[in-house]
Design a protein around this ligand. Sequence first.
Ligand code: 5GP
Ligand code: ZN
Length: 115
Amino acid sequence: MGATCIFCRIIAGEIPSQEVARGEGWVAFRDVHPQAPTHVLVVPLRHIASLADLASTDAGLAGSMIMAAIAIARAEGILAEGFRLVWNCGERGGQTVPHLHLHLLGGRQLGWPPG
Ligand code: 5GP
Ligand code: ZN
């Protein structure tokens, strides 16, 4: 998948990104089209297409990605005021990049329901 997947190419260093943090099995970088003042994507280093492809053995990885997003929210100064974590999954879920990613959005008032 590495040759064609845009996030695999970012992970391989073939496409530049603004990295904000890195940990065991994941990397976090800023979204190229930010939807909020803070818009960071937490991405597993291993190619996993979506939440639908997560195995029960990936529970630790998924938990690490959530804890990473919370730590980044703290570092961005938006922990206390509030923020949002989003996993889009599949076509109806609005997923456009078929490599699992967790959105961290914050720094402005977010609306509900989502579009
Ligand atoms: P999705 O719609 O799949 O949940 O989110 C994919 C996100 O990846 C979008 O917010 C989009 O702006 C972002 N994105 C797409 N291509 C690139 C890229 O080349 N670099 C970065 N940093 N973000 C990207
Ligand atoms: Zn990939």
